[in-house]
Ligand binder design. Structure first.
Ligand code: GLC
Length: 836
């Protein structure tokens, strides 16, 4: 009763209805009867005929799979999983009278016979990391399944992908059910994406659980019970992966090894992007580009929202508004601006007029009023979803009544991918997937889709299982289209909905937020959680999508957005204009300053993005990820880090010009003033509107490009390495570079240049290691800016370097204010610089 009351009170406060996981009425799996050992694990058969399979996939990764009252089904498939061919690590099993112990180098998994309880321990310390509070559960009347784990007194929870919630999920309840939730706010749940993966933290030690079940799932982190947490699904299998850290970075690394990592997008995708529902006609798009260039505000891409299409028919052009898309796109290209077009899943339901035929060449430019080629092809190939009774599933989205593709059919995915020819042939550079929950105005809850059947490798399952993976498969189809139709360009796809593994195919934005301070503040824990859940390339509609913003809000929003991987300003159809100049020159000048800084920081951002591609560790991080043993960082929602080195503490409220900033242990430099602080404490900082608090870690080296208005505008003839020395350790950075546009990086066409700087007695030493990889950048010089340092002499490879003018191109050095600058030409060879 008390729980019910609390849930109702919660729902009233936050305006959302969260259904609790009631495990009291569920049956528990029976005790173990016997077991068999397999190549990479064990199958336990229970007295009630249930089965539990433990797979040992890595010393720190174990999979638990269970079926209730029946043997495990033969089909074992998940759309989320990227890697299935794990080489079993060394492991052994020991049997005792009341339990089994499966041991790897890092984990001990205790499986008790009766009741059947699973416990994970550290193999070295034997400390319990995570333990069942009850045997796994099922409901014999419905298809509900559930697990309950003991809740630690000081246990904290992170991840779960896209949730409109604070960083720490302790005392929260959540659902996974992809939902179109315009103008969502803190507490709205579920929203667009479902990533049923969380990380638990207790006393500095972390583990992860990925409940890979695409049905509607629920998580309760200590709301209904003080003793346990629970996760449950409306159907499907009990199927979860247990990851052991103790480091969070290691867990994310493994999770993204399992579900895949982000391929590198083109470098221009890190550039500033402008969107609007919708820019049209052609002259408006070109005027927008002109304004950007005239105002000297960086811009790499313009997004065309639904009005570029002919009556919202996907894979068509409205030729009244865009008479010659190829010409327009090529003119914009010459100014360095790429076009990204929206593609929704709904295909207008439009049986052809009698006798009407589609054009065989460029049907996307033809009038579609008599016959719509995409609909016709989908019908002819029988790729559209149907209901259980065989009738067509017809939803209602922008074009009105619409059909939806069954993306579980491999040929349908290929067909859909190939349809992008209608855009790529005209020069479109990126695809924006929207409404892919899939949204349906008839019923946004998904209830009307419960009898929609997908092929699902012959299982013919319904949307109860497949709704949450619809967007993942649509993104996979789009990705395939990119790879086949534009093999020399890296795919750039943005998605709204998704399931675990979506990072393999698409970047994401956080959907329809609002122009409010609350939503600006909420975006920070959202990006941080997405990063912990494998999604690195994230961003929100800068300025807010719904409602009316103002100059102060837009400026502060850019002060967050200039460091998010996706940096895109977007606004709703009837909203107030919010391009950077719309609220006056005062704000425009500040926004320009931050966008220019973003472009200078591109080599730093790109190197961090490549780290995420290679290791899974995200670029946009909560402080906790870098300072996992510091309990002060457990729930910091208003600060974030980019990689290991930049700490941002933006202003997230109106009329605020000072704030407190928590700096973790170590030395920190105020980015703007160079002032040095000792960390491990909270400091007050000034933050007038033109200044966002930004700190650099002592020990960091930040590479900077020259200023530019779009990627590729100028040759990179100079890279400046800003060196922030630390008294305690060496500063270092390994710059990653490649051609920024083709997939050649996958074949090793990249270059890594490691720069280190150490304090010596009486000076500093900087070394540039021999570069790795075979990418050849254009000729350029390196500038090393040592802050703050004053030198009287500088040696390059043991020979005296001459003091030169600041503007020279020859090797040399000079002082400016309290910094020392050393310039050397990058000849691809290792070098040693000594400052005395
Ligand atoms: C959805 C999207 C939004 C887009 C609009 C029209 O609301 O989330 O970004 O502008 O549809 O396509």
């Amino acid at each position: 009763m008390k729980n019910l009351f609390l849930s109702i009170a919660w729902a009233i406060c936050f305006g959302a209805s969260i259904e609790a996981i009631d495990i009291t009425g569920l049956q528990q799996i029976g005790p173990i009867d016997h077991y068999v050992q397999t190549k990479n694990g064990v199958v336990f058969t229970c007295r009630d005929n249930s089965q539990v399979q433990i797979f040992v996939w890595a010393p720190d990764l174990v999979r638990v799979r269970a079926s209730f009252l029946k043997p495990l089904p033969e089909r074992d498939h998940s759309w989320a999983i990227d890697k299935t061919d794990w080489t079993a690590p060394q492991w052994k099993i020991i049997e005792t009278s009341d339990h089994f112990v499966i041991t790897t180098q890092e984990l001990e998994i205790l499986v008790y016979r009766s009741p059947l309880l699973i416990e994970f321990r550290d193999a070295k310390t034997h400390q319990v990391i995570n333990a069942d509070a009850r045997p796994m559960m099922y409901d014999s009347k419905s298809t509900t399944i559930a697990a309950a784990k003991k809740l630690g007194f000081d246990e904290h929870f992170y991840g779960l992908g896209e949730k409109a919630w604070q960083l720490d999920k302790r005392r929260g309840q959540f659902q996974m059910w992809n939902s179109d939730t315009p103008a969502y706010h803190e507490g709205t749940d579920p929203i667009y994406q479902s990533i049923p993966f969380y990380i638990g933290w207790q006393a500095g030690t972390a583990y992860g659980i990925f409940f890979d079940n695409s049905y509607r799932t629920r998580f309760d982190f200590g709301v209904d019970s003080q003793e346990h947490i629970a996760f449950a699904a409306d159907g499907g299998e009990m199927n979860y992966y247990f990851f052991y850290g103790p480091s969070m970075k290691k867990i994310i690394g493994r999770y993204t090894e399992l579900t895949g990592r982000i391929p590198l997008p083109p470098l221009w995708a890190l550039g500033h992007q402008q969107s609007r529902w919708s820019y049209y006609p052609e002259s408006t798009v070109e005027e927008l580009a002109r304004q950007y260039r005239e105002r000297d505000i960086p811009l790499d891409a313009i997004h065309l929202d639904i009005h570029y299409m002919n009556g919202y028919r996907v894979f068509t052009w409205n030729t009244d508004r865009f008479p010659d898309p190829t010409e327009m796109i090529s003119r914009l290209r010459q100014q360095g601006i790429k076009i990204v077009t929206i593609i929704d899943p709904g295909v207008k339901y439009q049986p052809p007029d009698e006798g009407a035929k589609d054009a065989t060449k460029n049907p996307e430019l033809a009038l579609q009023d008599k016959s719509y080629y995409v609909y016709n092809e989908g019908i002819a190939k029988d790729y559209f979803l149907k209901r259980k009774d065989g009738s067509p599933y017809i939803g209602r989205v922008w074009p009105g009544e619409s059909r939806f593709v069954d993306f579980t059919i491999p040929e349908a995915r290929r067909w859909w991918g190939d349809l992008h020819r209608a855009l790529f042939d005209h020069g479109v550079a990126g695809i924006w997937n929207d409404m892919n929950e899939p949204a349906d105005f008839v019923d946004q809850t998904g209830k009307s889709q419960m009898d929609v059947v997908s092929y699902d490798e012959g299982e013919h399952s319904t949307h109860a299982k497949n709704r949450n993976v619809f967007a993942l498969l649509m993104a996979q189809a789009t990705f395939g289209g990119f790879e086949r139709l534009k093999p020399n360009d890296r795919p750039f796809i943005i998605t709204r909905a998704g399931y675990a593994g979506i990072q393999r195919f698409a970047t994401m934005w956080t959907g329809d937020n609002s122009s409010t301070w609350d939503d600006l503040a909420l975006s920070i824990p959202m990006f941080e959680m997405l990063g912990l859940s494998g999604e690195t390339f994230v961003g929100a509609d800068i300025g807010g999508f719904a409602g009316k913003g103002n100059g102060e809000l837009l400026t502060r929003w850019y002060q967050v957005g200039f460091l998010t991987p996706l940096c895109r300003n977007h606004k709703t159809v009837n909203g107030y204009d919010q391009e950077p100049w719309r609220f006056g020159k005062y704000y425009e000048d500040i926004i320009r300053k931050y966008l220019k800084l973003r472009y200078r920081l591109l080599p730093f951002l790109y190197t961090n993005l490549e780290e995420a591609h290679r290791t899974g560790v995200p670029l946009f991080r909560p402080l906790l990820l870098n300072y996992q043993s510091d309990p002060n960082t457990l729930n910091i929602n208003d600060e974030y880090m980019i990689g290991d080195d930049l700490l941002a503490a933006p202003i997230l409220r109106a009329n605020q010009t000072t704030r407190l900033v928590y700096l973790p242990e170590g030395d920190w430099f105020d980015y703007w003033t160079g002032k040095r602080y000792a960390g491990g404490t909270m400091i007050p900082v000034e933050a007038p509107l033109d200044t966002t608090p930004l700190f650099v870690r002592g020990g960091a080296i930040i590479p900077m490009w020259p200023e530019m208005n779009y990627v590729g505008e100028k040759p990179i003839d100079q890279i400046t390495f800003d060196i922030y020395p630390s008294d305690k350790h060496t500063s270092s950075f390994t710059l990653y570079e490649d051609d920024g546009s083709t997939p050649a990086y996958k074949q090793g066409v990249f270059r890594r240049t490691k720069v280190t700087s150490t304090k010596t007695t009486g000076g500093y030493e900087i070394s540039i290691a021999s570069p790795e990889g075979n990418y050849q950048p254009a000729p350029r010089s390196f500038i090393f800016a040592l802050k703050p340092a004053s030198a009287t002499s500088v040696l390059l490879d043991g020979k005296t370097l001459t003091e030169t003018a600041a503007t020279g191109t020859a090797n040399g050095w000079h002082k400016a204010k309290s910094d020392t600058f050393i310039r050397i030409n990058d000849d691809g060879k290792p070098h040693r610089i000594q400052l005395k």
